[in-house]
Design a protein around this ligand. Structure first.
Ligand SMILES: [Zn+2]
Length: 316
């Protein structure tokens, strides 16, 4: 196949698409869609890796979603083993989710200590990303009407020196090798962005902010850290994120579906499919005022740079 599109975040490994997985994946190949199959816990991560091994146009990321950190112990060794497998191109999805807790009766979703647990597990993913020299696939969702989770994750990353993540050096996409460990309490302070905490000598992981729904201000913070932002079918039914897409440097944008969720127009209300990523690409092109071909080329290149998806090898 000749790749035309890339869906950097989809879940054919989860209920909704799993039932017709073969068909979903075959259609992607027919339509020239490369896909990153994202794990949300150990089991679905293993399945993502198996799919990537089976299909030339699929790649995998492995991680424990922040909404599962209270349900499943993070088995760091098992994830580290998966990261050594071929075609595993990133760590995640992982991150911080305050939205569910903020929209549900307190305690119902997370239980006691849910916030601390999310941070502890996220930091472990960041460590793994550096150890294995892989990008992070970050799920970040603030409380309703707030940018809190984005601000805190940006604080966490910014409190580390970023010699390797200036925008101009994103090309290299490599962390430095020196990783200095620091105590957990310091990590928690850094995560909260408290003043008076000394910067620690440590490399910053690279990565992508998946399903980006933040403000232009927080987007700029992530771009300057070298993190890309990926957008979904949401672009097809609201103009809320048009400004962020318009202002984004073309090399910091990615497309995704998050299928089976968030189907774009004209498929609203259906189960989302990775092939619908073309509607996301069209939306990006329209908002940026460029041709779909130009957008497609740029986004395929970005996916190659960030996730190391080797496009040359994909062209049949
Ligand atoms: Zn996801």
């Amino acid at each position: 196949m000749i790749p035309k599109y890339v869906d950097v975040h989809c879940h054919p490994n989860l209920a909704g698409l799993k039932e017709n997985q073969d068909e979903v994946i075959a259609t992607m190949a027919e339509e020239g869609v490369l896909g990153v199959v994202v794990g949300t816990n150990l089991e679905s991560s293993r399945e993502a890796v198996a799919l990537a091994h089976k299909h030339e146009h699929l790649f995998a990321t492995v991680g424990l979603h922040p909404n599962y950190t209270q349900k499943e112990e993070f088995d760091r060794r098992a994830f580290a083993e998966l990261l050594e497998q071929p075609k595993v191109v990133g760590v995640g999805e992982c991150g911080i989710d305050y939205f569910r807790q903020s929209t549900t009766t307190a305690g119902e979703v997370g239980g006691e200590g849910w916030k601390e647990k999310q941070w502890e597990v996220f930091r472990q993913h960041a460590d793994l990303a550096l150890e294995h020299d892989k990008p992070l696939m970050v799920h970040c969702r603030p409380s309703k009407g707030s940018m809190d989770a984005y601000e805190e994750v940006a604080d966490y990353l910014e409190f580390m020196p970023h010699q390797n993540v200036q925008h101009s050096s994103v090309e290299q996409g490599r962390g430095t090798q020196e990783v200095v460990q620091y105590p957990d309490s310091a990590q928690a302070d850094i995560a909260r962005g408290r003043k008076g905490v000394e910067r620690v000598e440590r490399a910053v992981p690279r990565g992508n902010m998946h399903f980006f729904v933040g403000s232009l201000d927080v987007a700029r913070r992530f771009w300057s850290l070298g993190f890309t932002t990926s957008f979904t079918g949401v672009l097809t039914f609201t103009k809320e994120y048009d400004e962020v897409v318009r202002e984004a440097p073309l090399d910091m944008l990615l497309t995704e579906t998050d299928a089976p969720w968030a189907a774009p127009v004209p498929h609203r209300g259906e189960v989302n499919q990775p092939v619908y990523v073309r509607h996301v690409l069209d939306a990006v092109a329209r908002i940026k005022g460029i041709s779909p071909d130009e957008a497609s080329r740029a986004i395929l290149q970005n996916a190659e740079r960030v996730f190391g998806i080797s496009l040359g090898a994909r062209v049949a």
